[in-house]
Design a protein around this ligand. Structure first.
Ligand code: GLC
Length: 531
């Protein structure tokens, strides 16, 4: 039997760049493509393998680019297609890959397709979106709630029907049951794949098809008013429909025609339904259904152990895992669990079995950021202000150095910098051997040097209080990862026969292993081969 070639993304690490906040090159306080290009040496030196760019397409920016007005161009804020071509060439010249964000569920309400669709009931593009008559007694067609709160239905006075929007009313949902929509969106994928992109992160993939009869969604019995209004209902009929899996398989087949291209699908579902997005070996779907379980899990060893084991157990035999601890949608990991545990989280992310995705700025340990009310921008915040779920605080600009505006821009950035930017910035952390940045670089270098950490087998030890303990093994190399998630020193029960050769990394200061784990300490130990 021919040995399976390991594709780049199974060994690789993905780095998410939020383009508005990486580097400004034209003095408008907003990051852009030329800025990203200028910072590529930093990305390469970090030791990651691929960059995923959040959307860069023309957009009115109601949801900061997740409202696309033209899928095949670049917003002037970010540059133009020439700047994109230069960027992708520069990315490839450094041996890196480039993933774009594909936003198939909805367009902007300013997309020419929607402008046509809403122009009259008999417009040829009417059925490209989801239009419905009012309910028999009047009012919205069903009880569906937008992910940002409020009804999913928006009344269109001119044509006397409602249209569906799973997010903002400025983001009308496309009708993926219409073959013309599918063909148009396939053309979009061909456009970018032909331009050389190495794959896509696919936005809210599990949303793209709705139940044909549009029944009410059931009430969620566990909902309480302190969480988002979206969760009042279980999204049984508005998401995760069988036809969406079929489309995901079609996208995979299309990407496959271009060789080793990667599809990462944004999927928020419980483990077992999540795993169905891998498809089958005969009819594969996305390579990596994005796995948000670490973001959603309480930060303690018992929960994390269960999450990791359940996820591993849910994977189909051919399915490659992936992990993520931060994104432009989630609170900063260091804000959530503190800096000491953020180092433990970094070690966890980069030593679990599966492709890690690292979010820009987490490698600096950016934590809580104060956003004064007058500078808040996130539409999710404005729709439910009392919930404190605004995403601006994880979208603040990269602090590069201690010069004015942290070297991000020559003028005031679109969002404030992290409060501690004069000391927490790339240049300062490069000088400090103990910094979060140098810790990430060390972990990423180790991962590259020790295939056991990327493609090795994974064995979780049984429960041990606040400690997570697992072994990664590959071709005779055995590494043990010990993570103390608690505030007390502990003596983990490493097996008697196990002799530790070396400490490859510590979240604290490097030291010989003496059988003890300090509070907040994580270690990667190299073990002697098993007798
Ligand atoms: C995804 C994006 C998020 C966006 C939403 C609507 O969840 O990550 O930022 O608001 O989709 O497109």
């Amino acid at each position: 039997m021919r040995e399976r070639q390991i594709p780049w993304w199974e060994r690789g690490v993905i780095y998410q760049i939020y383009p508005r906040s990486f580097q400004d090159s034209n003095d408008d306080g907003i990051g852009d493509l030329a800025g990203i290009e200028a910072r590529l040496d930093y990305v390469a030196a970090l030791g990651v393998d691929a960059i995923w760019l959040s959307p860069i397409y023309p957009s009115p920016m109601a949801d900061f680019g997740y409202d696309v007005a033209d899928y095949c161009d670049i917003d002037p804020i970010f540059g133009d297609l020439e700047a994109f071509d230069r960027l992708i060439a520069a990315v490839h010249a450094r041996g890196l890959k480039l993933l774009l964000d594909f936003v198939p569920n909805h367009t902007s309400d300013r997309h020419p397709w929607f402008i046509e669709s809403r122009s009259s009931r008999d417009n040829p593009k009417r059925d490209w979106y989801i239009w419905r008559d009012p309910a028999p007694g009047g009012g919205v067609p069903n009880n569906w709630i937008s992910d940002f709160g409020g009804s999913s239905w928006e009344w269109d006075e001119a044509t006397g029907q409602y249209y569906l929007h799973a997010f903002l009313k400025e983001q009308p949902d496309l009708n993926w049951r219409n073959p013309e929509v599918r063909a148009a969106m396939s053309d979009v994928l061909h456009f970018w794949l032909g331009r050389g992109v190495d794959g896509f992160r696919i936005d809210v993939l599990w949303h793209i098809v709705k139940h044909q009869a549009f029944p009410d969604n059931p009430l969620n019995p566990d909902w309480t008013p302190d969480v988002t209004e979206r969760d009042r209902l279980l999204q049984h009929f508005s998401t995760d429909q069988p036809e969406a899996h079929e489309i995901s398989a079609e996208m995979r087949a299309l990407a496959e025609d271009y060789g080793e291209r990667l599809l990462v699908g944004e999927i928020f579902l419980p483990a077992e339904r999540h795993a169905r997005w891998y498809g089958t070996p005969e009819r594969p779907q996305v390579h990596l259904p994005f796995n948000f379980h670490l973001i959603e899990s309480p930060w303690d060893a018992a929960h994390l152990r269960a999450v990791i084991e359940d996820y591993e157990a849910s994977l189909p035999g051919f399915g490659w895992p992936n992990w993520v601890i931060g994104s432009h949608d989630a609170p900063r990991i260091a804000a959530r669990i503190g800096e000491a545990q953020a180092r433990v989280a970094a070690m966890l992310l980069l030593t679990l079995r599966g492709t890690p995705t690292l979010y820009e700025g987490d490698e600096l340990g950016i934590g809580h950021v104060t956003i004064p009310p007058e500078r808040m921008r996130d539409p999710q915040h404005f729709r439910q202000p009392s919930l404190n779920i605004g995403r601006d605080r994880s979208r603040t600009p990269m602090p590069w150095d201690a010069s004015p505006h942290a070297g991000f821009s020559t003028c005031e950035p679109w969002l404030p910098l992290n409060d501690d930017w004069p000391t927490r910035n790339v240049a300062a952390q490069e000088r400090d051997p103990g910094s979060m940045l140098n810790f990430y670089r060390h972990l990423l270098a180790l991962r590259r040097a020790h295939p056991a950490l990327s493609v090795g087998s994974f064995t979780m030890e049984k429960a041990e209080g606040d400690v997570l303990s697992y072994v990664r093994q590959h071709e005779g190399e055995r590494l043990r990862v010990l993570l103390n998630l608690g505030p007390e020193p502990v003596q983990p029960l490493t097996r008697q026969a196990e002799s530790v050769r070396d400490v490859l990394a510590s979240t604290l200061q490097a030291r010989p292993y003496d059988g003890t784990l300090l509070p907040d300490e994580g270690l990667i130990l190299s073990l002697a081969p098993e007798a």
